[in-house]
Design a binder for this molecule. Structure first.
Ligand code: PLP
Length: 378
């Protein structure tokens, strides 16, 4: 069997180990220390907006804290993009709130502003104004933030951006993760940069950040003994993994460049194959980090399905994966309200994510390209 080609695997830059070693030498082996502070600063300057970042144990934890800071509580409703990873929606349930799922639009595969408008009006007419809107930048593709922000502002609903997949992406020149009251980032092993596991909450005020740090470190009141007036969480990032993050920040721009080159590679491979569309920015307002390159396969034109390609890849030890299965189709969320038509569902039926790592070799790209040509020439 040939070497496995992964969808997206960790890609160290070289200086990660040095930051980790520094933490050991100084005995900062704790969920605080110079790497945590340094990593937060690095992220703040990369995002290039007036933001305050809190480094946390996971992107999921960041979303949970964002919801708590937005006042989401038992019995509330929170709007969420349906086509996403379950971690976008699970924290709504942690709060005892109900997710209201929204369909995608065809340009960016993200939250459809028309369905969002319909949902907000309908929920309000039923006497339940949603507490927040969670919009996702899927596979690094920025959502239609102007339209979504306009609706949120019109009805006075807070926006939380799930930018877990979109570090390095911009919309109209502004970094994804900096549009909403809160943005969340993930540094899980498969993301564009990784700390092995970790996340961050992007805030716009020191107060919001301080509150996130307070809640993430067990909500200790200011007293010599352990005194608590709030329910706390153990969500702070470790100084060891933050060291990996600092090393990764040094190479983030080159990782974005490499992922975007993978997208260009697929555009080239598929250019003569009718009925396969490579997921691409709808206009120059959108700049995707192309965390994952993805395609949709039209079975009527190609005579093939995305499963034909996925299984052919699998035979050759090449990993690929269907797009996220929409949350409104997941058994666990079967009872949640849903607004839209069948756009997300159709994307799930026809879409496939392709190997997109920044560390793939020319030889591996050759293996991928020849498999694709073999499948679609039959
Ligand atoms: C990875 C991911 C998350 C969760 O981040 P973790 O750091 O793994 O908790 C949330 N939302 C989306 C869209 C993701 O891809």
């Amino acid at each position: 069997m040939q070497n496995k080609i992964w969808l997206s695997s960790p890609h160290m830059g070289g200086s990660e180990q040095r930051y980790v070693n520094e933490a050991f030498y100084a005995n900062w082996v704790a969920p605080l220390g110079p790497n945590v502070d340094g990593f937060e600063k690095d992220l703040e300057s990369f995002l290039n907006a007036d933001v305050k970042v809190a480094a946390l144990s996971a992107g999921t934890a960041a979303l949970h804290l964002a919801l708590i800071e937005c006042g989401v509580a038992y019995g509330d409703e929170v709007i969420c993009q349906s086509m996403t990873f379950s971690a976008s929606a699970n924290p709504i349930a942690y709060c005892g709130a109900t997710p209201v799922f929204i369909d995608s639009e065809k340009d960016t595969w993200n939250m459809c502003p028309t369905a969002l408008q319909e949902a907000v009006e309908d929920r309000i007419s039923k006497g339940k104004k949603p507490k927040a809107i969670i919009v996702v930048h899927l596979y690094g593709m920025p959502a239609k933030m102007d339209e979504i922000t306009a609706i949120a502002n019109k009805y006075g609903i807070t926006v939380i951006e799930d930018a877990a997949e979109a570090l390095g992406s911009t919309y109209k020149g502004k970094a994804c993760g900096t549009f909403g009251r809160f943005g969340i980032l993930s540094f899980n092993g498969n993301k564009i940069i990784t700390t092995s596991g970790g996340g961050a909450l992007v805030c716009h005020t020191q107060e919001d950040k301080d509150k996130a740090v307070f809640l993430s470190t067990q909500a200790r009141d200011n007293a010599p003994h352990y005194q608590h007036s709030h329910i706390g969480y153990n969500y702070r990032m470790s100084n060891i993994v933050a060291g990996i993050g600092r090393g990764q920040m040094e190479v983030l721009p080159s990782r974005v460049e490499a992922r975007r080159k993978m997208h260009d590679f697929y555009v080239e491979v598929f250019k003569d194959i009718d009925g396969v569309d490579v997921f691409t920015e709808p206009s120059s307002d959108f700049y995707s980090n192309h965390w994952l390159s993805a395609i949709t396969v039209n079975p009527e034109i190609t005579g093939k399905t995305r499963e034909d390609l996925r299984l052919a890849f699998l035979e050759d030890n090449i990993e690929s994966r269907p797009l996220w299965k929409p949350m409104h189709l997941q058994p666990v969320f079967a009872n949640a309200p849903y607004y839209g038509t069948n756009i997300a569902e159709k994307l799930f039926d026809d879409g496939l994510c392709l190997p997109s790592g920044s560390n793939l070799t020319d030889e591996e790209r050759e293996r991928i390209a020849s498999k694709i040509k073999e499948v679609f020439s039959k």
